[in-house]
Design a protein. Structure first.
Length: 489
């Protein structure tokens, strides 16, 4: 079957971004995907602005907390107030980034940042650490993996999340060193326990100050010789990262992770091996690898289109890009993330989100199918949230599943408030002005769904509003987005 430029470009926009925007609908059929990708790359080439949501009051109080003399005057109530302000600021950062995903033309940059923030999973309630790490993902997400790895490894957010501030000569803490290899670079089975111990010694003294700046405490560093991945020397943390980057296995591990996220959940080992060789030889040039993927013919094969389940964030952002809207209750979007099991900046554990079929269960699927109607009808969020996973950092002893150590209490149904969205239907409806009435439903289906299911039109026909052309377009769009097929991209 010949695949149209429109479908190919929609596929590209869902994978290299968060779905096509309403403004792009008329352009999708006009350009070859290679040209469309070049435009995406150009739009994402500028360095992003630093996102700062911390207000002056919080900054002032936090600065005082870092001063040993002023800290003495902080009672428990004042500390709690700072913590409350921090948590509120992290929620604001979450929503700010979500809106950026919806509105920005730098779709590729934000999608890469979104990927890396799941790969280098880290969570804490310090807004300053969160802002700094998010900027790393957005600034270096399309650079080279070596630079990105070093920046993340020196970030306060990651160092504290993985307890490296406790890593000292004579009392090594292995958490950071282990996860750098197991989850971030080499993958399980490609290093030994001795390598973990020796790497931990090399990372002794790596920490950060209260402002989030990297600090090397030389007095805490183990200066004796270490043997790591077959090499011996007086290694420090940077040396360990360089040795890791010298391993072709690192390129293979990262390439496979990128492939299963951006191309297909089912890895093509032959393709991945070829991509990994090129990635390694390019000195880990992320942009070159993504260009190779997104401009290849095989990326647009039928087997790769409409085969991924949208993550909660992709789902929420994609709807808002297609149907422009303003939410009077912004925190409804934050609560939807929580209900569906993916909060930005708050991964379930150090392994990040499992993705794929884990996004869907009986409760989340029903919620997903309700969301378009909730936006349209200003419905209430009255649901049972998914449980948070923070047991053993979400890992069994073999590092795979996330199973609680003891039975958890059943979550209770909560009312999160109304979803108050003001939709700009006029902008959306105008895109269909030149389409004949008898062709409308088919065109809407093609632009909304990535899955080829012509019988969908018959399925929703009884639910359409036939009172006017505008009402027909609105109801058809909402009904299409409320189908199980819309969950795929």
């Amino acid at each position: 079957m010949e695949i149209s430029n429109q479908l190919k470009n929609q596929h590209l926009m869902w994978r290299a971004g968060f779905g096509p925007s309403v403004e792009q609908l008329s352009d999708l059929p006009k350009y070859a995907p290679e040209k469309y990708f070049k435009a995406l790359l150009k739009a994402s080439s500028q360095e992003p602005q630093y996102i700062n949501v911390a207000d002056e009051n919080l900054v002032s109080l936090y600065d005082q907390l870092q001063d040993a003399n002023k800290r003495k005057n902080f009672d428990e109530m004042k500390r709690r107030e700072i913590n409350r302000m921090q948590q509120a600021a992290v929620r604001s950062l979450n929503l700010y980034w979500l809106k950026e995903m919806v509105t920005t033309s730098a779709q590729l940059r934000e999608k890469m940042a979104f990927f890396w923030h799941g790969h280098f999973a880290s969570r804490n309630n310090n807004i300053f650490y969160n802002q700094l790490l998010l900027h790393v993902f957005r600034k270096y997400g399309l650079s080279d993996f070596g630079t990105l790895l070093r920046e993340v490894s020196r970030s306060a957010s990651m160092l504290y999340f993985l307890n490296n501030q406790q890593n000292r000569k004579g009392r090594p803490n292995e958490n950071f060193a282990r996860e750098v290899m197991e989850l971030f670079t080499l993958g399980r089975g490609n290093y030994t326990e001795t390598d973990v111990k020796e790497a931990a010694r090399a990372f002794t003294g790596w920490t950060a100050n209260g402002k989030g700046e990297f600090v090397f405490r030389e007095n805490n560093h183990d200066k004796d010789a270490k043997t790591f991945l077959g090499k011996t020397g007086n290694f420090n943390g940077d040396d360990v990262l360089n040795i890791i980057l010298e391993q072709p296995q690192t390129a293979k591990f990262i390439t496979k992770k990128l492939y299963t996220f951006f191309v297909n959940d089912q890895p093509d080992e032959t393709l991945i091996a070829r991509l990994a060789d090129d990635f390694y030889n390019s000195k880990y040039d992320i942009t070159a690898l993504m260009e190779q993927i997104f401009t290849s013919k095989w990326f647009y094969d039928e087997k790769n289109i409409g085969t991924r389940i949208k993550s909660p964030v992709e789902l929420l952002v994609g709807i808002q890009r297609m149907i422009p809207m303003k939410l009077d209750n912004d925190y409804a979007l934050f609560n939807m993330q929580k209900i569906l099991g993916q909060q930005l900046l708050y991964p379930p554990n150090v392994a990040g989100w499992a993705g794929g079929r884990s996004w869907i269960d009986s409760s989340t699927l029903m919620m997903r199918l309700r969301i378009p109607q909730m936006f349209n009808d200003k419905d209430e969020l009255n649901v049972t949230p998914k449980q948070d996973d923070d047991v053993m950092m979400g890992r069994k002893s073999d590092g795979t599943a996330n199973v609680p150590m003891k039975p958890a209490a059943a979550p209770q149904k909560k009312v999160y408030g109304a979803v108050e969205a003001s939709i700009n239907w006029e902008q959306y409806i105008n895109r269909y002005a030149k389409i004949e009435r008898d062709q409308l439903l088919g065109i809407i289906r093609q632009q909304i769904l990535q899955v080829s299911t012509p019988q969908v039109e018959q399925t929703i026909s009884k639910s359409l509003d036939l009172s006017s052309r505008a009402a027909f377009i609105k109801s058809a769009t909402v009904q299409m987005m409320s189908l199980p097929e819309y969950q795929m991209c």
